[in-house]
Design a protein around this ligand. Structure first.
Ligand code: PXP
Length: 241
């Protein structure tokens, strides 16, 4: 079963635009769970332009499902993770002012650096995931680093799919199978949506979790949150009652 973790950064962005607690992020997260989401993801950035540190603490308190916290492993971020102890931490190589994540780690180049961080997070009891492109060398090095999982960066799949070329999924299927052989769990995310998710899920095995934010929150504006989560879970082969 592939879990659907809903990324709520866009909800935090909406809230921050008015300086009040509306929409209420925690209530929104609880509603997502009530409507069938399997987990919640947040990606706090140093300028707190969407997720705030306080959101991470409050979500951990409020949620009964897994909280996945993504981010660049600055000292500040690592301390937050050690304090909050979310179920999972996904390490992303993005610069502080980056609009959104746009590449995976070079796990060969940053092997020593990431190894220390993974050990530190695992010592805190947090499951680790490293954001990577579907590149077998990078996945092999991720295993040497000792991470529990990888998250496949799916932007290339999504953009090729939109151009009418769904076959790039084979690269992701190979990457997932290779990671599995090495004993790594496999997550995926970025630009997954209601058009491309079904095909991705049918081809990429195993797939432990997808984290989806931008498209899901946009779809909810059109379809409503309940119908949106129902359709995303449907793409993952699950029915939500
Ligand atoms: N995974 C990672 C590591 C990300 O940085 C993001 C975007 O914050 C996502 C998944 C979700 O991407 P999207 O918002 O396009 O669904």
């Amino acid at each position: 079963m592939t879990k659907l973790s809903v990324n709520l950064n866009k909800v935090a962005l909406l809230r921050n635009s008015r300086g009040r607690n509306y929409p209420d992020l925690i209530q929104f997260a609880l509603d997502c769970v009530k409507l069938g989401a399997d987990g919640i993801t947040m990606h706090p950035r140093p300028d707190e332009r969407h997720a705030r540190k306080s959101d991470i603490f409050e979500l951990k308190e409020a949620l009964t499902v897994e909280l996945n916290v993504e981010g660049y492993p600055s000292e500040d971020f690592l301390r937050l993770i050690e304090e909050v102890k979310p179920a999972q931490c996904t390490l992303v190589p993005d610069a502080p002012d980056q609009l959104t994540s746009d590449h995976g780690w070079d796990t060969n180049k940053f092997k020593g650096y990431l190894l220390d961080i993974i050990l530190r997070l695992q010592a805190a009891g947090v499951r680790t995931s490293i954001f990577v492109d579907p590149d077998l060398d990078m996945i092999e090095a991720a295993r040497e680093i000792g991470t529990d999982r990888i998250e496949l960066y799916t932007e290339t799949y999504a953009s090729q799919y939109a151009f009418g070329n769904p076959n790039l999924v084979e690269e992701f299927a190979r990457a997932a199978a290779f990671a599995h052989e090495l004993g790594l769990g496999v997550n995926a995310g970025h630009d997954l949506n209601l058009d491309n998710l079904l095909h991705f899920h049918s081809m990429v095995t195993p797939l432990h979790e997808v984290s989806i934010g931008h498209a899901l929150i946009t779809d909810a504006l059109y379809l409503g949150l309940e119908e949106t989560i129902r359709r995303y879970q449907g793409c993952l082969g699950k029915s939500v009652s």
